[in-house]
Design a protein around this ligand. Structure first.
Ligand code: GDP
Ligand code: ZN
Length: 289
């Protein structure tokens, strides 16, 4: 029987197959191969009478993450706030590059629109509209949540974004049963968020599965390499291959079609700036080795 690993606790894995959750053990051999069953894995299980079911096979993964340890993310909802905290475009682009690199669908969620920062919202639109689907929402009032639901339906989704932007609040709006502790509550109880939680993926009433993960608040390392980076900016795709030099990195080279597109306003200056900074960072890192 094929199912999805929805939770793992203390050596047991909980696999949902045909609407039933089975407590399973994993076959020893996975450990030997260095493969560990993770939340999100699609697995083959064998039911045993009188004992725990056994995971006998892990299906090929679309992607996998270490922190948090989840696999098979179909879609990242990259969350930022219109204010409080104010969006940092370099950080937004870092999240986006990372999500592109992991081969997922991407939705940009601009939260806290109730704070009335229309100038910031317009700026975000001018940079990202047409590049990624955008949703404008308020976790507080519930505005826009239905738009987000529509885009997440049928997928295994994870929320990513800096702390304090409202990810836990949005998660609770998407599925009140999840009852995630938000910053507001943890401030009151003076406890760290998610201290006792396990990584889990849960079903929602609207037909998406959502990873309930405390993580994805930062991506410390930019894992892309120099020649790959431009491919992780969707709006650059149509210009790649038109530059004078095949190995053009679109920084200072002459006859660069990417820089021309920036000059003509076809690629946003802000996005191009992030690209250049990331190229510098990648070069810096390779020098250290
Ligand atoms: P997380 O760290 O990304 O999970 O953020 P939280 O969900 O814990 O939210 C951080 C803070 O922002 C909390 O005090 C929330 O009540 C508040 N917050 C979340 N969404 C909104 C919103 O749409 N509007 C406003 N004004 N505050 C919000
Ligand atoms: Zn170029």
């Amino acid at each position: 029987m094929v199912g999805i690993v929805v939770k793992g606790i203390a050596g047991f894995y909980y696999v949902k197959a045909e609407d039933v959750v089975y407590q399973c053990k994993a076959r020893g051999i996975f450990k030997k191969d260095g493969i560990k069953v993770a939340v999100g894995d699609i697995v083959e299980i064998q039911l045993n009478e009188g004992s725990d079911a056994l995971i006998t096979e892990i299906k090929e993964r679309r992607n996998s993450f270490v922190r948090p340890p989840i696999v098979n993310v179909d879609c990242f909802a990259v969350v930022f706030a219109a204010a409080n905290p104010e969006p940092n475009f370099a950080i937004i682009d870092r999240f986006l590059v990372m999500a592109e690199k992991s081969n997922t669908d991407i939705i940009i969620c601009v939260n806290k629109i109730d704070l009335g920062k229309n100038d910031i919202i317009d700026k975000l639109k001018s940079i990202y509209q047409g590049v990624y689907p955008m949703v404008f929402l308020s976790g507080k009032t519930g505005e826009g949540i239905d738009d987000l639901k529509e885009l997440l339906t049928g997928k295994k989704c994870a929320l990513a974004g800096p702390s304090g932007v409202g990810k836990s609040t949005i998660l609770n709006d998407l599925e009140p049963m999840a009852a995630v502790e938000t910053g507001e509550i943890s401030e009151k109880t003076k406890r760290g968020k998610h201290t006792t939680r396990h990584v889990e993926i849960f079903d929602t009433a609207f037909g998406a599965m959502i990873f309930d993960t405390p993580g994805f608040t930062s991506f410390e390392v930019l894992e892309a390499d120099e020649q790959e980076l431009a491919h992780l900016y969707p709006e650059m795709q149509e210009y790649l291959g038109q530059c004078k030099y095949d190995n053009c990195r679109h920084i200072k080279e002459p006859d660069c079609s990417v820089r021309e597109a920036v000059a003509e306003g076809k690629i946003s200056k802000s996005r191009y700036h992030s690209y250049v900074e990331q190229i510098k960072e990648i070069r810096e890192k390779s020098r250290k080795w």
